[in-house]
Design a protein around this ligand. Structure first.
Ligand SMILES: [Zn+2]
Length: 123
């Protein structure tokens, strides 16, 4: 996901890091020939890039984590409701309606909050 550069700072090893509007950070190194960013070496060069966009992989990861959590919860809610409706003797169409209602009424906010909460790494 592209995010605009808001400012810069130096890390503890004196490498330039872009501060993105999303709150994430991204190194903007100049290491030719692998990475060519000569503009990062001067203050004018950095200032001229404020407002331009970088691809923020962290935002992509966060978005994917939320999407995966929602997909998993929708699938589980639909499957559970479909099974329950079958046990209650509903016809195929009725089971399908109950499953779709379960997806529609899913409370998404707790899913979003839990998938945005950093997990303990266990290390
Ligand atoms: Zn980001």
């Amino acid at each position: 996901m592209n995010q605009k550069i808001e400012s810069y700072h130096l890390d503890e090893e004196h490498h330039w890091v872009a501060d993105l509007v999303c709150g994430h950070k991204q190194h903007v190194r100049h290491h030719p020939p692998l990475i060519s960013r000569p503009w990062v070496l001067t203050e004018d060069g950095r200032n001229n890039r404020i407002g331009t966009e970088l691809n923020c992989k962290r935002c992509d990861e966060v978005g994917l984590a939320v999407a995966e959590a929602v997909r998993r919860a929708c699938f589980e809610a639909a499957a559970r409701a479909y099974e329950d409706a079958g046990l209650r003797g509903l016809c195929q169409e009725g089971r399908w309606d109950v499953a779709l209602d379960a997806v529609r009424s899913l409370d998404l906010l707790p899913l979003v909050r839990s998938s945005l909460t950093p997990q303990e790494s266990g290390s």
